[in-house]
Design a protein around this ligand. Structure first.
Ligand code: NAP
Length: 271
């Protein structure tokens, strides 16, 4: 397989870090992008390139793509993986925080997509892999903004796929389940800070305990998700969606098959 020129965002931790290493092992040219460059030393050591990039910054996004185009002439694959969470009741979380979340989870991915598309269209070849989540297919209380951002990314990806397919560009959505990364680190603290003292405190505390309990729950290794992303990058005819990681398929099936009111009752049971 010919080496692809790949840009992987969020390569400093978790799924993005593992993906950068997996794609390097497969012989691809990899540019890892994130804010914490010191956390991408392993990517550099494995032969990858490191770009200090805040995906919410227009200047950073432009510079990252310009650097790759200058050095390689093209971007074959964009893996929009950079992402963050936000926990707390809708009534309690300042909308400004939600806006910032969307800047990373949706608009950052969208801007990079805009920057790589002209070259992909001209060459009639390219692939955009958006790392969504099973959270993009159903919603839970106290995580509204994260769910909303991933639902938005799913909708964005569907429309993008419909627009760019005639130009030979593929769009793939990867939907991880429970994966052990730094992702949940702030969850319990945010739940208590935003909603621990008000009308939603019981549910917030229950969710915080559930999040803390995840430390003992089986979760997938990010390397497994990285292998799925590699398949999504390399498959001659990729699937549109790749659920991957612990509980991804059963939870998606459960959410799809459970009537809405029953789903609501089940996920708001406190305790
Ligand atoms: N872990 C899970 O169970 C799970 C499940 C489903 C979906 N996901 C999705 O998987 C993706 C990766 O998450 P993870 O689990 O690997 O979490 P993680 O370990 O917390 O990694 C998040 C990555 O995103 C980067 N990032 C955050 N804000 C950024 C910004 N403004 N600019 C550039 N990079 C930024 C971080 O880099 P810097 O801080 O260095 O910038 C980091 O590399 C996310 O999109 C997440 O929604 C995770």
């Amino acid at each position: 397989m010919a080496a692809r020129i790949c840009l992987v965002t969020g390569a400093s931790s978790g799924i993005g870090h593992a993906t950068a290493l997996e794609l390097l092992r497969a012989g691809h040219v990899v540019y890892g992008a994130a804010r914490r460059v010191e956390r991408m030393e392993a990517v550099r050591a494995a032969g990858g390139h490191v770009l200090e990039t805040d995906v919410t910054s227009e200047a950073d996004a432009e510079r990252a793509v310009r650097t790759i185009l200058g050095e390689r002439g093209r971007v074959d694959v964009l893996v929009n993986n950079a992402g963050a969470g936000l926990h707390g009741a809708i009534e309690d979380v300042p909308v400004e925080r939600a806006r910032r979340l969307f800047e990373v989870n949706l608009f950052g991915a969208a801007r990079l997509t805009q920057l790589v598309l002209p070259g992909m269209r001209e060459r009639r070849s390219g692939r955009i892999v958006n790392v969504s989540s099973i959270a993009g297919r159903f919603s839970l209380p106290m995580v509204a903004w994260y769910h909303a951002s991933k639902h938005a990314l799913e909708a964005f990806s569907d429309a993008l796929r419909q627009e760019v397919r005639p130009f030979g560009v593929e769009v793939v959505v990867v939907e991880p389940g429970l994966v052990r990364t730094e992702f949940e680190r702030e969850a319990a603290r945010e739940l208590r800070a935003f909603s621990g003292g008000g009308a939603y405190r019981r549910l917030a505390e229950a969710m915080a305990r559930r999040s803390e309990g995840l430390a003992t729950v089986r979760m997938s290794d990010p390397a497994g998700v990285a292998r799925t992303i590699r398949r999504a990058v390399e498959a001659p005819r990729p699937r549109l969606r790749y659920p991957t990681g612990h509980l991804a398929r059963p939870l998606l099936a459960f959410a799809a098959l459970t009537p809405d009111r029953l789903f609501d009752r089940l996920v708001t049971r406190i305790g």
